[in-house]
Design a protein around this ligand. Structure first.
Ligand SMILES: [Zn+2]
Ligand SMILES: [Zn+2]
Length: 314
């Protein structure tokens, strides 16, 4: 009898511990908006996109997630597809893919990821970007490079499908790849990657301290946004119809992260962010820009809504 009581007590304690751990975990998913940053006071930087410039989105895979997974305060019942999308930028000075989506070899590449990530990730395939480009008769010789928002697996899987095409990234991200992290296994296992490192030779841009004007006409300007990875960038794109896009990579996974100033939940920050405090700084910087220019289209890399503002390839 005594033994049974002791067992009951132990079980009760375990349940209590479990419940309190669950409660503690859930509390890290609740809303906790960051303090409002100083408003951004500058004007929109000039841009002269040529009339022939165009951009398309190429959906290349997705995961079923919920808003709660993506940002603090998101609901567990709010289903969101976490998309892996490549953007094709067509420009007379050479076309670019921004990120590459899930590529032709995703099934074998996926086995390179840590078991803990594989256990919570169920990806869904669509036609890889390379196949979609082929299907519309796109001449891949027009492709000047794949510009990465960062080198995580879900952004680089498709790089293997474009052998020889330069992969454009800043030195900090090149070093991050060389550092052997688990989430950059895909690109490290891609043979003969033609890395081309660019510098941030330009001055401040929309509150970010440095910039790289890819085409020299202000139509595609990349700024450093370190934190999620050391060499993460944001690509600001201006189209001939004057619409401005902020392709923010994984600075936030859904646009509420920026608009509502909500970070990723604690566990996601712990697992996915190289330096969560830097992510916070850049999230606030981007949030100030979004507040000043609400017409700017925010396109976090896994949020289908921003990309839907771009046409599909036909
Ligand atoms: Zn990432
Ligand atoms: Zn990602």
């Amino acid at each position: 009898m005594k033994r049974r009581t002791a067992l009951k007590l132990a079980l009760g304690a375990a349940v209590l511990i479990d419940n309190s751990a669950a409660a503690a975990f859930l509390s890290t998913c609740g809303p906790a908006p960051l303090l409002k940053p100083q408003p951004y006071g500058g004007e929109l930087p000039p841009a002269s996109p040529p009339p022939e410039m165009a951009a398309f989105h190429i959906p290349a895979g997705f995961n079923h997630r919920t808003a709660a997974f993506a940002y603090r305060g998101g609901a567990f019942s709010d289903q969101r597809d976490s998309v892996s999308t490549a953007v094709l930028v067509m420009h007379p000075r050479g076309d670019l893919l921004i990120d590459s989506g899930l590529g032709r070899q995703i099934d074998s590449q996926f086995q390179l990821l840590p078991a803990s990530l594989r256990a919570i990730t169920k990806y869904n395939k669509t036609a890889p970007a390379a196949d979609q480009l082929e299907a519309v008769g796109y001449d891949r010789h027009s492709l000047r490079g794949v510009l990465l928002t960062h080198a995580h697996w879900d952004h680089t899987s498709g790089v293997a499908d474009f052998p020889g095409v330069p992969v454009l990234l800043p030195q900090a991200e090149r070093d991050f790849i060389a550092a052997n992290g688990a989430f950059t296994e895909f690109i490290r296992n891609t043979p003969d990657v033609n890395y081309q490192v660019y510098d941030f030779e330009g001055g401040h841009y929309l509150g970010f301290p440095r910039s790289h004007d890819v085409y020299g006409d202000g139509s595609l300007v990349v700024v450093p946004s370190p934190g999620h990875t050391p060499g993460s960038v944001i690509a600001f794109m201006t189209l001939p119809d004057s619409r401005r896009f902020a392709l923010v990579g994984d600075l936030a996974w859904q646009r509420e992260g920026i608009i509502e100033r909500e970070e990723r939940p604690w566990l996601a920050r712990l697992q996915d962010d190289n330096d969560p405090l830097q992510v916070r700084d850049n999230l606030l910087r981007m949030s100030a820009v979004a507040q000043r220019f609400p017409e700017m289209i925010l396109a976090p890399a896994h949020d289908a809504r921003g990309f839907a503002e771009l046409p599909l390839l036909t």
